[in-house]
Ligand binder design. Structure first.
Ligand code: NAP
Length: 260
């Protein structure tokens, strides 16, 4: 059986949204485990800092500046990563934005932006790697979704819709890919300390340190889990919410706004 280090050694991993937060945290962790990384985001200077840090430590990483909303740019980004590092073994579709959107300020442009980055961006990332993975008969697609995927939350219409769509999209893909050798892992984290949650006034129950969240994501990928949700306390609350009658859920959810 492969040990933890063995799993990642020389694996080519493409991470979208690698310039900050969870994506950066995963990049730093996986470099230390011996993976070869293709790092994608719009802020190239931040990616280059990670790449240079990797080189100093003897690791191999490659930065590509691209916007996940641009399907052609994503395909050519994946081509460049393959040319530099070899076939992509694992895609971590992590790029995303999280915003507050009370219905009274609902702006169609805002909603379109959240959906195009969080949903279409993930679909573009997936399309850039799936044909080659299927051809090779192996690969793993990882979605960084959210506990917000499970039910609607106050002031989060666009975000909840985007994460529900992302989880459903990857779940459907998992079913379609049965028997091809390509697996799908959907991660549903609760609140994690990153630039996305920084400065929020709203309560964020069971807010996790990034360093505590990263090993949970890494372990789920190693084990080839189909779906994981953490932290367990908030995941249990969310699962209980899924079983509640709608009137009860609405009453409780209206009293718990997780967004300012
Ligand atoms: N933090 C949490 O509590 C939490 C909880 C559950 C799920 N998540 C999910 O985890 C993912 C990462 O979030 P985070 O907390 O790490 O936030 P973050 O620190 O703000 O990172 C977001 C990343 O996405 C990239 N990105 C945003 N728009 C992009 C675009 N159009 N094209 C390419 N890259 C883009 C950003 O890079 P550039 O700006 O350089 O492009 C950045 O690297 C998101 O999908 C988020 O929904 C976060």
């Amino acid at each position: 059986m492969e040990n933890d280090m063995g799993f990642w050694t020389d694996r080519v991993v493409m991470i979208t949204g690698a310039s900050s937060g969870i994506g950066k945290g995963l990049a730093l962790d996986l470099i230390a485990r011996g993976a070869r990384l293709g790092l994608l985001a719009r802020r190239e200077n931040l990616l280059e800092e990670i790449v240079n840090g990797a080189r100093v430590r003897g690791g191999k990483a490659f930065a590509v500046a691209a916007d996940v909303r641009d399907a052609d740019a994503m395909r050519s980004a994946a081509d460049r990563i393959r040319a530099q590092l070899g076939p992509i073994d694992i895609l971590i579709a992590n790029a995303g934005i999280g915003t507050s959107s009370h219905i009274s300020q609902l702006d169609p442009i805002h909603t379109a932006n959240v959906l195009s980055i969080n949903v279409l961006g993930a679909a573009n990332s997936l399309a850039a790697v799936v044909p080659q993975m299927v051809e090779r008969g192996k690969g793993q697609l990882v979605a960084i979704s959210s506990l917000a995927a499970y039910r609607g939350l106050a002031k989060s219409a666009a975000y909840c819709a985007s994460k529900a769509a992302m989880s459903s999209y990857f779940e459907s893909v998992r079913i379609d890919l049965r028997g091809t050798g390509v697996g799908v892992t959907i991660i549903h984290p609760g609140f994690i300390k990153t630039p996305l949650t920084a400065g929020r006034d709203a309560k964020m129950p069971y807010l996790m340190e990034l360093d505590d969240a990263i090993p949970k994501i890494v372990s789920a990928i190693e084990k080839g889990k189909k779906s994981v949700a953490f932290p367990w306390q908030l995941a249990t609350v969310v699962r209980a919410g899924m079983l509640m009658p709608t009137f009860m859920y609405d009453w409780i959810a209206a009293r718990n706004s997780f967004r300012e």
